[in-house]
Design a protein around this ligand. Structure first.
Ligand code: AMP
Ligand code: MG
Length: 424
C-alpha cells in the first residue's frame, strides 16, 4: 500500500537462528504513516500516535487521602496529645471557604480539597472524638501525612503516555483523568490474508477425498484480530501461478502486509520462488527452529497499483504457521503499526518431564502452565507435538521455548514459556 524502503535481507543457504531472523525483519521495517482522531472509548488496543502531554495537574488540588480531620501538622507534639476544635466539614467536590487556624480542624472526606491552613489529615479511626473536640495522641501521624499533593500523579506538561503505546484499559482511564475526550492514534495496519493449497476447502464445503479444511486462515485471522489490525480476507488460492499472482497483486494493492500460509515448502518452492522473485525482493529463509520452516519475508510490488507491501509467507502446517506467526510476525506487525512492541513476557516454569533437544535450533513445544503442588509454576507438554497437530496448540496455554543453544531438559528443570493470554 505504501512506499517501502528496500533493505538488504539476509538470505543464502545458511540456517538463521530465530533471533537473527527476528532482528533482520525488525531492521527492514519502518512504521506506516497515517493517523486518526478517535473518541476515547474507541481507542482500546490502538497505537497512540504522539506523546500524550498532560494539560492539567493531576490531582488538580492538594486533597485528602483519608476520611478524617484536616489540620496544621505543626500542632502535633511528641510528648502530649494534640487537641483540635472542629470548625466545619469539607466534602469531595465542595471546598471549605475559610482558613483552618492553629488549634482547629475540619472534618474531611477522601478526595476533598485540603482547606487553607491545613496540611495533615488524621484518619477517623486514629483519633478520639468528643463532641466538637478531636484528640490526636503522640506518634499517630507525622505532619503532612495523608495529604495528596497537587500534580503528584502527573504534573501539567509532563508526558502521561508515550507515542507508540498500545492503549490499555488503565491508559483510557488516565486520558479521561486529564479531561481528554479524543486521542490521536495511528491508522490501523491492513493485512491481506490468504491460504494456498489445492487440497484446501473452506469450512462448510463438502470434503472431497484427499482434501482438508483450511484451518490456518481462521487461526491467523483471530490472531490478527487480537493485534487490532484490519484483516482483508482473500480466501483460498490454488497452487497455480496465475491464481497466486492475481491474488498477490490484489493483496499488495489493498494492504500494508500480505500474510500467506502454505506453498513455500520445497515441493512448491520453485514456482512460488520464481513468481516472488519477479514481484519483489523476497528472501526464503531456513530458520533453525522446530516447528516452523520454511519461511519467506520481503517486499512485494504490485505492478498494476504501483504500490508495495511486506510479504510474510508462513509454512502450511497449522502448528508451524501459528508458531511462526508468534515468533516473527506478531512483533513485526506491531512495529509496522507504529507500536513500541513490548517484548513478550518470558516466564520460567519447572518442566514436569524430561524433553529431548539438541543445541543449534530453537524448539517450540506446546505446554500447559499451572501451579504445582507447592504453588510454584510448572509446565507440562501437551500430547503429540507434530507440526500438523493443531489440537496440541488448542489444548495449550503457553509455548515452551527451548532456546537455540539449549540441550535436553531434565524433569524439574526451569524452561522459558510464552503465555498465550494475559491480563491486558
Ligand atoms: P505446504 O506448506 O503447502 O507444503 O503445506 C504443508 C502441510 O500443511 C500440508 O499437509 C498441507 O495440507 C497443510 N496445510 C497447508 N495449508 C493449510 C491450511 N490453510 N490449513 C490446514 N492445513 C494446511
Ligand atoms: Mg501446499
Amino acid at each position: 500500500m505504501s512506499e517501502l524502503q528496500p533493505s538488504p535481507l539476509m538470505a543464502g543457504d545458511r540456517h538463521l537462528s530465530v533471533a537473527e531472523a527476528r532482528a533482520a525483519i525488525a531492521a527492514a521495517l519502518r512504521p506506516i504513516e497515517g493517523r486518526e482522531s478517535l473518541p476515547l472509548a474507541e481507542t482500546l488496543g490502538r497505537v497512540l500516535a504522539d506523546d500524550l502531554i498532560s494539560p492539567i495537574d493531576v490531582p488538580a488540588h492538594d486533597n485528602s487521602a483519608m476520611d478524617g480531620y484536616a489540620f496544621a501538622g505543626a500542632a502535633l507534639h511528641a510528648d502530649h496529645a494534640c487537641r483540635l476544635t472542629v470548625v466545619g466539614t469539607v466534602l469531595a467536590g465542595k471546598p471549605f471557604d475559610g482558613t483552618v487556624a492553629a488549634g482547629e480542624c475540619v472534618r474531611i472526606m477522601t478526595g476533598a480539597v485540603m482547606p487553607a491552613g491545613a496540611d495533615s489529615v488524621v484518619p477517623l479511626e486514629l483519633c478520639h472524638i468528643d463532641g466538637a473536640t478531636v484528640q490526636v495522641e503522640p506518634g499517630v501521624i507525622e505532619p503532612g501525612e495523608n495529604r495528596r499533593r497537587r500534580g503528584e500523579d502527573l504534573a501539567r506538561g509532563q508526558a502521561a503516555l508515550r507515542a507508540g503505546r498500545v492503549l490499555k484499559p488503565a491508559d483510557l482511564g488516565l486520558a479521561a483523568s486529564l479531561g481528554l475526550r479524543e486521542l490521536v492514534v495511528m491508522r490501523r495496519l491492513r493485512v491481506a490474508l490468504f491460504s494456498t493449497g489445492d487440497e484446501l476447502r473452506a469450512p462448510g464445503e463438502p470434503l472431497a477425498p484427499g482434501c482438508i479444511y483450511d484451518s490456518n486462515r481462521s487461526a491467523l485471522q483471530a490472531a490478527l484480530q487480537r493485534l487490532g489490525v484490519e484483516v482483508v480476507d482473500l480466501g483460498l488460492v490454488r497452487d497455480d501461478r496465475a491464481a497466486l499472482q492475481a491474488t498477490l497483486e490484489a493483496a499488495v494493492a489493498q494492504a500494508d502486509v500480505v500474510l500467506t500460509s502454505g506453498g513455500v515448502s520445497v515441493g512448491d518452492a520453485d514456482h512460488t520462488r520464481e513468481l516472488l522473485g519477479q514481484m519483489g525482493e523476497v528472501a526464503f529463509w531456513k530458520v533453525a527452529m522446530r516447528p516452523g520452516r520454511p519461511f519467506a519475508f520481503g517486499p512485494l510490488h504490485a505492478r498494476s497499483a504501483g504500490s508495495s507491501s511486506w510479504l510474510f509467507a508462513l509454512p502450511g502446517n497449522p502448528v508451524a504457521a501459528l508458531v511462526s506467526f508468534y515468533a516473527f510476525v506478531r512483533e513485526a506487525l506491531l512495529l509496522l503499526a507504529g507500536a513500541n512492541p513490548e517484548p513478550l513476557p518470558v516466564l520460567q516454569a519447572r518442566c514436569t518431564a524430561a524433553i529431548r533437544k539438541r543445541p543449534g535450533r530453537t524448539e517450540f513445544q506446546r505446554g500447559i502452565v499451572e501451579p504445582g503442588a507447592d504453588g510454584a509454576w510448572q509446565v507440562r507438554i501437551t500430547g503429540a507435538q507434530g507440526a500438523g497437530i493443531l489440537r496440541s496448540m488448542s489444548e495449550a496455554n503457553a509455548l515452551v521455548v527451548l532456546r537455540h543453544e539449549q540441550a535436553s531438559v531434565a524433569a524439574g528443570d526451569p524452561v522459558d514459556v510464552w503465555l498465550f493470554d494475559g491480563l491486558t
